[in-house]
Design a binder for this molecule. Structure first.
Ligand SMILES: [Zn+2]
Length: 254
């Protein structure tokens, strides 16, 4: 299912012992933790593209506190995943949603993200899934019709590529921050639902929509992690323990 990311190649990649290789002998190493780095030189606008190590570590600590568990449950319900599904999480970060869902339901799971530290953490915790470093904005390095479900959870979206890699009849679950997400720390956000439905209108039809919201009482360290996860520098005043809302709009397309 994986295809060569080299420009104008796109041939299937075959897994060997510690690398994957295409018929034109473009080859990519499998990292010690098990992920495959398919980033191309033109994908590296910066030396370390994507989320930083600090933001990713903060996000993982929040997931590990259990504060995002109700969001995971909401995603699991609307996605209605079965063991027969083949799932891509595009922009999977440190792998919490895909890895947790795959452990519950035992489907074939593939996650891609442009951040090496994020994918490395994902591969260490969830070795049963396939983890790829790639720039999904430019192209998803999988063959046409590879997946029955694509997840895009607070990630960048590429409607044409999502459609291409989905099998016919496949579904797409998009999760975007709701206006009240982290409202205590960053104020009310925009409602992005209408704009997102518009963005997918040419290639998808909205099937179901719901909002999932939870709140957690966080200690100072938890509040610091929320701020770090959204790149809000710590204010000069000391952060205080706070109740923080986490809220996603879930859009299921077909
Ligand atoms: Zn190639």
């Amino acid at each position: 299912m994986l295809v060569c990311p080299v420009r104008d190649c796109g041939l299937p990649l075959t897994r060997e012992d510690r690398r994957v290789v295409c018929p034109r002998q473009h080859s990519f190493d499998v990292a010690r933790s098990g992920y495959i780095n398919l980033l191309q030189p033109q994908d590296r606008k910066s030396k370390e593209p994507g989320d930083t190590k600090e933001a990713i570590a903060a996000r993982r600590r929040l997931h590990d506190r259990g504060v995002t568990c109700p969001l995971l449950r909401g995603i699991a319900e609307i996605a209605n995943i079965t063991a027969e599904d083949v799932v891509l999480d595009a922009g999977c970060g440190e792998g919490f949603y895909l890895g947790s869902l795959a452990r519950e339901t035992r489907f074939k799971a593939h996650g891609i993200d442009i951040s090496i530290p994020a994918i490395d953490l994902a591969a260490r915790r969830y070795p049963e899934c396939e983890w790829i470093v790639a720039n999904a904005d430019r192209g998803i390095p999988y063959a046409d019709a590879s997946f029955s479900l694509v997840l895009s959870i607070t990630a960048r979206m590429n409607p044409a590529e999502f459609r291409r890699v989905l099998k016919s009849g496949g579904r797409l679950l998009v999760a975007i921050p709701a206006p009240d997400d982290m409202i205590e720390l960053r104020g009310a956000g925009r409602d992005r639902v209408a704009r997102t439905i518009d963005m997918f209108a040419s290639s998808f039809r909205l099937h179901e929509q719901r909002r999932v919201t939870t709140a957690a009482d966080l200690e100072i360290s938890g509040v610091q992690d929320v701020l770090a996860s959204i790149y809000r520098p710590l204010q000069s005043r000391k952060p205080q323990a706070a109740r923080v809302t986490f809220s996603l709009d879930l859009l299921l397309f077909r």
